[in-house]
Design a protein around this ligand. Structure first.
Ligand code: HMG
Ligand code: MG
Length: 308
C-alpha cells in the first residue's frame, strides 16, 4: 500500500464511445455519439476513445466515426483516439484528417490465437505484420499509437492464457513503437491474484513501464483488479461511462468497469484524476436513456437521489 494515499496522478482512458457502443444492438445516430463525447469532454477526461475505423460489415455500430470526429467540440489537451485494425483503417481515417483530425490511434491484437482470428480475421503474427506497415505511417504524421492486447489471462475460445504469451506480444507491440500497452481482460474473468502475478512477470522482464489496464467486469472483479494494479504501480486505467461495453467477438463478456466507479475508487485512494464525477454521472444517465438500457455504474445508481 506504500504508494497509495499520497496525491498521485492517474489517467483514465474513457472507452465508452467506442468499446461502450460497439456492442449495443441499438445503433446510435452521429448526433447522439457526438453529444456523449461532448459531455465526457466537459468532465475533465483527457483521453476519450471516439470510435473505430473497422469494417462496417463487422461492426456497423462504429460506422460514421469520421462524422463524429468532425462534429465534436474539441477541448484543448483532450485526445480523441480511434481504434484501427489495419492499414486500410488508417488510410480511411486519414482521408478526412483535414476536417476530422486524428490525434491518436489505438491498434489491437490478442494474446490468444483463436480470439485474434475471430476478432480481426488473422493470426497474432499476421496482425503484428500489419502493424509493421501501419505504425510508421502514423508516427511519421506525429500520431501516437497505443496498443491493445486482449485476453491477458483468459480467452473465450482457448481458456487460460499464460503470462509468456502475453509478454511475447506486448514486447512486439512495444518494439513496433506503441507508447503504451493496454492489457485487456476482455471477458472480465481475471482476479487480483492473476493480475498481480502477470504484472510481476512484466516487471521481471523490465517491461512494466507504459502499461495500462482495461477491465471488463463480467465476474465483478474489475475494481479489485484495478486496485491490485494500482498497488503494482499501474497509473492508467480504461473504463466506460455507465459500464457500457463488450466485444462482439468475445461472447459472454459484459461491459467495461464503469468510469464512475473507478473515479469513486480513485478519489477514495487519494489518487488525482482531474475528472468531475458528477459530470460523468450525467453523461452516463444521458447515454443509458438513449440506449434504453440500465446503468451498470453502482455509484451512478447509488447517487440517484443526490451525492453521498
Ligand atoms: P477482413 O474481412 O478479413 O478484411 O476483415 P479484408 O482485408 O479481407 O477486406 C475485406 C473487405 O473489407 C474489403 O472490402 C476491404 O476493403 C474492407 P471489399 O473489397 O470486400 O469491398 N476493409 C475495411 N473496410 C473498412 N475499414 C477497414 C477495413 N479493412 C478491410 N479497416 C478486419 C478484417 C480487421 C477489417 C475485420 O476483421 C474487422 O473490422 N474487425 C474488427 C473487429 C472489432 O472491431 N472488434 C471490436 C474491437 S476490439 C475490442 O473490443 C477489444 C478491446 O476493447 C480490448 C479488450 O477488451 O480486450 C480493444
Ligand atoms: Mg474492451
Amino acid at each position: 500500500m506504500s504508494t497509495l494515499g499520497s496525491t498521485v496522478n492517474v489517467k483514465i482512458v474513457e472507452v465508452g464511445p467506442r468499446d461502450g457502443l460497439q456492442n449495443e444492438t441499438r445503433v446510435l445516430t452521429i448526433e447522439q455519439r457526438v453529444k456523449l463525447i461532448n459531455m465526457l469532454s466537459a468532465s475533465g477526461l483527457r483521453e476519450i476513445e471516439a470510435g473505430s475505423f473497422v469494417s462496417p460489415k463487422w461492426v456497423p455500430q462504429m460506422q460514421g466515426t469520421t462524422e463524429v470526429l468532425a462534429k465534436i467540440d474539441r477541448v484543448p489537451h483532450v485526445n480523441y483516439p480511434v481504434l484501427i485494425p489495419n492499414l486500410k483503417g488508417l488510410e480511411v481515417a486519414l482521408l478526412s484528417a483535414d476536417y476530422a483530425p486524428i490525434n491518436s490511434i489505438a491498434i489491437f491484437t490478442a494474446a490468444s490465437e483463436r480470439f485474434c482470428q475471430k476478432n480481426i480475421n488473422c493470426s497474432i503474427d499476421e496482425s503484428l505484420n500489419r502493424f509493421r506497415d501501419l505504425i510508421p505511417l502514423a508516427i511519421a504524421r506525429n500520431i501516437p499509437v497505443r496498443g491493445y492486447l486482449s485476453c491477458i489471462t483468459a480467452c473465450p475460445y482457448e481458456g487460460r492464457i499464460g503470462s509468456k504469451a502475453v509478454i511475447r506480444v506486448a514486447k512486439a507491440l512495444m518494439e513496433l513503437g506503441c507508447y503504451e500497452i493496454s492489457l485487456g481482460d476482455t471477458i472480465g474473468v481475471a482476479r487480483p491474484g492473476e493480475i498481480n502475478q502477470l504484472l510481476k512477470d512484466f516487471e521481471s522482464e523490465g517491461l512494466s513501464a507504459s502499461l495500462a489496464l482495461h477491465c471488463h467486469d463480467t465476474y465483478g472483479q474489475a475494481l479489485a483488479n484495478i486496485y491490485a494494479a494500482l498497488e503494482r504501480g499501474i497509473r492508467t486505467f480504461d473504463s466506460a461511462v455507465a459500464g457500457l461495453g463488450g466485444c462482439p467477438y468475445a461472447q459472454g463478456s459484459s461491459g467495461n468497469v464503469s468510469t464512475e466507479d473507478v473515479l469513486y475508487l480513485m478519489d477514495g485512494c487519494g489518487m488525482n484524476t482531474g475528472v468531475n464525477l458528477n459530470q460523468v454521472i450525467e453523461a452516463g444517465r444521458y447515454i443509458c436513456q438513449e440506449l434504453n438500457r440500465n446503468n451498470q455504474s453502482k455509484v451512478a445508481n447509488a447517487t440517484r437521489g443526490g451525492n453521498p
